[in-house]
Ligand binder design. Sequence first.
Ligand SMILES: Nc1ncnc2c1ncn2[C@@H]1O[C@H](COP(=O)(O)OP(=O)(O)OP(=O)(O)O)[C@@H](O)[C@H]1O
Length: 197
Amino acid sequence: MRHCSSNLADRRLIIVVSGPGGVGKGTIVDALVKRDPGLWLSRSWTTRDQRPGEADDAYVFTTGERFEEHISNDGFLEWTEFLGNYYGTPRPDQLDDPESPDIVLEIEVDGAQQVKQQYPEAILIFVTPPSRDEQERRLRGRGDPDDKVHARLRKAEKEEPVGRAIADHIVINDELDRTLDEMQSIIAVERSRRCGR
Ligand SMILES: Nc1ncnc2c1ncn2[C@@H]1O[C@H](COP(=O)(O)OP(=O)(O)OP(=O)(O)O)[C@@H](O)[C@H]1O
């Protein structure tokens, strides 16, 4: 459910892409911003080390000190600590500038809930796999170790009902090109009924 208030007129859309691990969120958002110059992908911050071969722009890689300073300045929409490292979504700049591209955030279900609390007008797209077996194949296909595959599948069972309940749109990521077409149609509809227009 979306809410609009009069002072939100002309705001940029905040599009939150959420879903279980390995469903294809990262793949989808990277392809979406390439297809549509009117979208801007907000990079999450992390204090974990960059993995060998990982793209420089996969995250904003930063230090614990800088991350904590940003927390004190209320610079994150949501952040979490996991296995000794911080991960966070920076608060978007220039939210009221209609000339700037719409914002795409890729976040876990917990974080998506927090964003929705702060920005009820955010559009939450929950992405699900065609089946748990296919999710497992994707996790293994990208090289996740056995224990991580099982942990992500267990987490997915818990997240799925929450993600579906808070979602404005639910998209099954079966065939990537079809998924991207569906996401673009959703964004087109949301743009046409943007708050205040
Ligand atoms: N529609 C699809 N069909 C087949 N494979 C896909 C599809 N979408 C993504 N994949 C593959 O699934 C794997 C997981 O994708 P990706 O890393 O984008 O998932 P994610 O949801 O961002 O995961 P995480 O939350 O753990 O970062 C990748 O190897 C990717 O190439």
